[in-house]
Design a binder for this molecule. Structure first.
Ligand SMILES: *[C@@H]1O[C@H](CO)[C@@H](O)[C@H](O)[C@H]1NC(C)=O
Ligand SMILES: *[C@@H]1O[C@H](CO)[C@@H](O)[C@H](O)[C@H]1NC(C)=O
Ligand SMILES: *[C@@H]1O[C@H](CO)[C@@H](O)[C@H](O)[C@H]1NC(C)=O
Ligand SMILES: *[C@@H]1O[C@H](CO)[C@@H](O)[C@H](O)[C@H]1NC(C)=O
Ligand SMILES: *[C@@H]1O[C@H](CO)[C@@H](O)[C@H](O)[C@H]1NC(C)=O
Ligand SMILES: *[C@@H]1O[C@H](CO)[C@@H](O)[C@H](O)[C@H]1NC(C)=O
Length: 463
């Protein structure tokens, strides 16, 4: 079938690239809505995000995921303690504002996804009655439905799909993997979510799931969120990537893809955990060269820092310091901060990085070597198309390839000192396509003497 399509359009100048779902291989963007933007308010809101959709588009993002929108008693400070999976916290706006946001994003070809924080909202899944297998129109079904415990997750999925949500991250699902009806729930949720919207879960679901439910998870889930442990050094990153590529996820096509996060709603800002605080661009470019779907945490693209609190005045919101306010350039000098999480932000955000990330997003979307997560072998079998060429201390080189396409290499130095290496036994040379800095020009490079500044990553198209 694919070959036929290729043959049909072979008269066109464009080469026929492998087709993927929109959430496979494209760049995603995770937002904590109350720290993003508000025109007038103390707390960020949906209207604010709507006003910044052009910025989001300029990053080359294909999907936005809002990680926290539900009502809590003291939103946003206790954002995890939700009281409902359908009720928006009024601070963010109402459902009309949400729909307007969805419209703004969709008109720019950007999909909208939501986190549904199942835990601790639920401690147990509701009692499941097996009505899915029954005849949809029979009266028996109606009786059973009436008697079955109502499933707030099912209800939330249907509600948000009706309001144009394009994908769901079921957060905290790992707490339920041992419940008797887990498999039935997974199937029924995916049937509601449908084939074109991703069902996203954390890697910990795979790690905690007993063998008896693992297959159902793999068959129904579309993205497995994995945090790249960038602060542990290149050896750890190498091990993490190799272990994943050795796992079930890289055995057959149709397996869930990996969604790579570096920063997220639970971890410290990458600017504050990297040995070199100006290495966020290097880290993000590395993330964007991994096989799977990269998900950028808002602000990491400009090297946003944790809220700094030298005098301990914001100790009460210590668990939120990484959810610092997105910094927007103001006319003149300075940056705008939202009072709810106000704190000193000494370091200037690096807006120039946005252009580099955008360039990388476009390179990625056009190059199967990079956006594909694997290559096909035979009989539905696959293998990863990423090879770690070199990983020593703070220096990492990964090659991405695809049959009959140009290969690309990312070389990165996330450490504190300049590193030079002779890698001529591994690679020859190529042309620098993206990086090292916003103002750098493309040029040729030889692996006989490759040299990177602290915090620098370069993307090289191989000769
Ligand atoms: C939207 O993005 C997808 C990539 O996921 C692309 O294939 C499609 O052509 C885009 N549509 C428009 C209208 O730009
Ligand atoms: C969560 O909210 C409930 C009320 O809905 C409250 O009783 C509880 O103390 C809150 N827990 C936390 C950790 O804020
Ligand atoms: C949402 O709020 C706006 C004002 O900001 C109002 O015009 C609109 O009617 C509200 N929508 C709903 C469903 O309450
Ligand atoms: C479902 O039930 C309706 C009426 O009760 C019946 O007409 C229909 O044939 C049934 N469908 C199946 C697939 O059993
Ligand atoms: C990958 O799998 C092979 C064979 O199953 C094994 O020899 C190798 O040690 C594994 N590598 C990692 C990093 O798990
Ligand atoms: C990062 O900062 C160091 C000094 O701390 C500097 O030598 C290096 O060039 C910077 N790297 C980039 C990519 O700007």
């Amino acid at each position: 079938m694919l070959a036929l399509v290729c043959a049909m359009i072979s008269s066109l100048p464009r080469t026929c690239n492998p087709v993927t779902q929109w959430y496979q291989g494209n760049v995603m963007y995770e937002i904590f809505p109350s720290s993003f933007y508000s025109e007038h308010g103390m707390v960020g809101d949906f209207k604010g995000i709507s006003m910044k959709t052009d910025y989001i588009m300029s990053l080359g993002v294909r999907g936005v995921r809002l990680n926290s929108i539900f009502h809590t008693p003291h939103y946003p400070k206790d954002f995890n303690n939700v009281t409902s999976l359908t009720r928006i916290d009024p601070i963010l706006g109402n459902i009309t504002d949400f729909e307007i946001l969805a419209k703004h994003l969709h008109s720019r070809n950007i999909s909208l996804m939501l986190d549904l924080p199942l835990y601790p909202f639920l401690r147990k899944l509701p009692q499941k009655v097996a009505f899915n297998q029954l005849n949809e129109t029979s009266n028996l079904l109606k009786d059973l439905k009436a008697n079955a415990e109502h499933d707030p997750i099912e209800e939330a999925l249907s509600f948000w799909i009706e309001h144009n949500v394009d994908g769901f991250y079921l957060k905290g699902l790992e707490h339920f993997v041992n419940e008797p009806d887990f498999v039935k729930f997974i199937r029924s949720w995916k049937s509601i979510i449908g084939p074109d919207r991703p069902f996203i879960v954390s890697e910990s679901v795979l790690n905690n799931a007993p063998p008896s439910v693992l297959n159902t998870v793999l068959q129904n889930v579309d993205l497995i969120d994995v945090r790249l442990e960038i602060e542990n050094g290149m050896d750890a990153i190498k091990k993490q990537i190799l272990t994943l590529q050795n796992s079930t996820l890289f055995t057959r096509s149709g397996m869930p893809w990996v969604q790579w996060s570096v920063g997220n709603v639970n971890t410290k800002r990458i600017t504050d955990v990297l040995p070199n605080s100006n290495a966020t661009l290097g880290a993000t470019l590395l993330q964007m060269m991994l096989p799977g779907t990269p998900s950028i945490f808002y602000g990491d693209e400009i090297g946003l820092r944790q809220l700094s609190d030298p005098d301990g005045e914001r100790e009460d919101i210590r668990h939120l310091h990484h959810l610092s306010m997105m910094a927007w350039p103001l006319k003149g000098t300075g940056t705008k901060v939202l009072p709810w999480i106000y704190g000193e932000n000494s370091e200037r955000p690096i807006y120039e990085q946005v252009d580099v990330i955008s360039k990388m997003a476009h390179l990625r979307s056009e190059s199967p070597s990079i956006y594909m997560s694997y290559v096909f072998k035979e009989m539905g079998e696959i293998r990863a198309n990423a090879e770690i060429k070199y990983a020593q201390k703070e220096f990492l080189v990964i090659q991405r390839w695809y049959p009959r396409r140009r290969s690309y290499v990312v070389a990165c130095n996330l450490g504190n000192s300049r590193i030079s290496r002779d890698l001529s036994t591994l690679l020859y040379g190529g042309e620098i396509i993206v990086g090292p800095r916003a103002d750098s020009r493309p040029g040729t490079v030889s692996f006989k003497d490759i040299s990177l500044w602290p915090g620098e990553s370069v993307i090289i198209a191989l000769d």
